[in-house]
Design a protein around this ligand. Structure first.
Ligand SMILES: [Zn+2]
Length: 481
C-alpha cells in the first residue's frame, strides 16, 4: 500500500507524492520559548516525529525544519497588545529575554530527546532571521498588499484571492471578527488584516532597524520567512497544531503565496487538541502538565510515568482525533506498554519460530502506517504479533523494525527510559544500541542463573562508559558513568 496522508487543506486523504523522495521537505511550527512545553505541545511535535520516522521507514529521505519562536509572541492578539511573554517572564525573574529564551530552548530540546523525537535538520531561531522577514515584507509591499502608519504595517487580506478558504474562514464572520479590539487595531482596516511589522516600545530587547523605523516583525511573517529560506516557497508537508490553522497558517500561506506566487506547502497536517479530564489545559486550572508532572505522578512502586509511557498513550489514538488525557488513561497505556515489552522479551528469548507469519505481519504494519500514520492500528499489529507464536530472531527483528517508527522501547524495558535517564544527566546522546543490547543479554543470563556471565557483561558495559541499575532481576536504567 502506497503512503497516503490526510491533507487538512483539501480535507481528504491524498497520495503522497513528494517533489524529491530522497529529500522530503517538512516544516513544523516550533515552540515559543518562554515556558516549558506541556503535553499538548508534545503531542503536536510527536506528529512530525511520526511522519519523519514513517517516511524513513518507507525509504524516503527527509529534511525537516522546526523554528524556535524566541521573540515571545504566541498569539497574534497578545502580540498586537504589545504583551511580550518572553520579556514579561524575563523581567519577573530578573533575567534578560535572551537568557530566558535560551533556557527554554534547551528545555524544549531535552523534552524532545526524552520523547525520542527524531531531531530536525535545522532549528532556525526567529531572532536570527529578521533580515529575511524584512525582505519578505518589502516583497509584499511591492505587490501592493501592505498598508499602515506610525511604524505599524498590516497585510490586506482582501488582496489575496481565496483568503479564508484554507481554514474555512469567511471574512467578517466568526472567530476572526470577534478578535477585533478597536484600541489595539486602530490602524487596521478590518479584523482579519494582520501585523507584519510593529514599532518597538521602550525597553524592548528584541528590536531591529528597518526603513519603517525600529521595530519587530509580526508572528505570521516569521514562519513564512524561515520556511522559504530553508525549504523554498514550495515544499512537501507543513505540520502544526490545529489551533494554528487559523489565523497563523492561513496567514503564513497568504504571505508566501502573495510574495512568491508559489503554493507553499503541498500537504498540511494538523494535530488535534489535547484536553485534560475533558477540559482545555490552562495555567489557572493547574492542568497544564509537563513531562516532569508525569514523572512525579504518584504510582505504586514510586516511579511515575516515563516519556515513553506518554508516547505510547499518544499512539493509542490517531493524531487527528482529539485526545482526552486522564491519569487513568495514562496508567492503562503504561501498563499496555509494559505488557507489550514483556511479551516481546519473552518471545525473543524463545527459540526462533513464526517466520511464515512474519511476512503478513510486516505487510499489516506497513499498511497501517501508510494509511495516514495510523499508529493505533500499527500498535494493534504489534499486539497481534506477540500472540501469533513468533519467537527468537523473528520476534527480535520485528520489534527492532517496528520500534524504528513507534519508539516505545518494544524490546527493552531499559530502552526509552534509560535514554531519558542518561539525557536527564545533561548528556545529549542516548544509550548506544550496543550497550542496550549488552544489558539485555545480561538480563537474559541472570534470568538463567548465570551470574558470573552476567558480571562479565556488566564489566563490558562499564568499559563502554555506562552503568546498569537493577530492579529485581531486570535492568531498570542505564546511566552514563
Ligand atoms: Zn508557524
Amino acid at each position: 500500500m502506497a503512503l497516503s496522508l490526510y491533507d487538512s487543506a483539501s480535507r481528504g486523504n491524498v497520495p503522497f507524492e513528494p517533489a524529491d523522495p530522497a529529500r522530503v521537505r517538512i516544516y513544523t511550527c516550533g515552540p515559543t520559548v518562554y515556558r516549558y512545553a506541556h503535553i499538548g505541545n508534545l503531542r503536536t511535535y510527536l506528529l512530525t516525529d511520526l511522519l519523519v520516522r514513517t517516511l524513513r521507514f518507507l525509504g524516503y529521505g527527509t529534511f525537516a525544519v522546526q523554528n524556535i519562536t524566541d521573540m515571545g509572541h504566541m498569539h497574534q492578539e497578545q502580540l498586537e497588545a504589545g504583551e511580550d511573554k518572553v520579556v514579561a517572564a524575563a523581567r519577573a525573574a530578573g533575567k534578560s529575554a535572551r537568557e530566558i529564551a535560551a533556557f527554554f530552548t534547551e528545555a524544549f530540546f531535552r523534552d524532545g530527546r526524552h520523547m525520542a523525537f527524531f531531531p530536525a535538520d535545522v532549528y532556525p531561531r526567529a531572532s536570527e532571521h529578521v533580515p529575511e522577514m524584512i525582505a519578505l515584507v518589502s516583497a509584499l509591499e511591492e505587490r501592493g498588499v501592505v498598508y499602515g502608519e506610525g511604524g505599524y504595517l498590516y497585510f490586506d487580506v482582501t488582496k489575496t484571492p481565496g483568503y479564508g478558504v484554507f481554514s474555512g474562514t469567511v471574512l467578517g464572520e466568526g472567530e476572526a471578527a470577534e478578535r477585533t479590539d478597536e484600541g489595539i487595531h486602530r490602524h487596521k482596516k478590518r479584523p482579519e488584516d494582520f501585523t507584519l511589522w510593529l514599532p518597538a516600545e521602550a525597553g524592548r530587547e528584541f528590536q531591529w532597524e528597518s526603513r519603517w523605523g525600529r521595530g519587530w516583525p509580526g508572528w505570521h511573517i516569521e514562519c513564512a520567512a524561515m520556511a522559504i529560506k530553508y525549504l523554498g516557497p514550495e515544499f512537501d508537508v507543513h505540520v502544526g497544531g490545529v489551533d494554528l490553522r487559523f489565523p497563523h497558517h492561513e496567514n503564513s500561506r497568504a504571505v508566501v503565496m502573495t510574495a512568491t506566487g508559489k503554493r507553499f506547502a503541498a500537504v498540511w497536517m494538523h494535530a488535534a487538541h489535547l484536553l485534560v479530564d475533558g477540559k482545555k489545559m490552562s495555567k489557572s486550572a493547574g492542568n497544564e502538565y509537563t513531562l516532569d508532572d508525569l514523572a512525579a505522578a504518584p504510582r505504586p512502586g514510586g516511579k511515575g510515568f516515563s516519556p515513553a509511557d506518554f508516547r505510547h498513550y499518544c499512539l493509542t489514538l490517531h493524531y487527528s482525533s482529539p485526545m482526552n488525557f486522564t491519569w487513568e488513561g495514562q496508567e492503562a497505556a503504561a501498563r499496555a506498554r509494559s505488557r507489550l515489552q514483556a511479551a516481546f522479551r519473552r518471545a525473543a528469548l524463545r527459540g526462533t519460530s513464526g517466520g511464515n507469519a512474519a511476512a503478513a505481519l510486516r505487510t499489516e504494519f506497513l499498511d497501517a502506517i501508510s494509511d495516514s500514520l495510523n499508529m493505533p492500528r500499527a500498535l494493534a499489529v504489534a499486539h497481534k504479533a506477540v500472540r501469533s507464536g513468533i519467537g527468537g530472531d523473528v520476534a527480535r527483528s520485528l520489534a527492532e523494525e517496528w520500534d524504528a517508527v513507534l519508539a516505545v522501547g518494544l524490546l527493552s524495558e531499559a530502552g526509552a527510559e534509560s535514554e531519558a535517564a542518561v539525557v536527564g544527566e545533561g548528556e545529549p546522546a542516548g544509550v548506544p544500541d550496543a550497550v542496550a543490547a549488552l544489558a539485555r543479554q545480561r538480563d537474559a543470563l541472570r534470568a538463567a542463573g548465570d551470574y558470573s556471565g552476567a558480571d562479565a557483561l556488566r564489566e563490558r558495559i562499564r568499559a563502554a562508559g555506562y552503568e546498569v541499575i537493577d530492579k529485581g532481576k531486570e535492568t531498570s536504567r542505564i546511566v552514563k558513568r
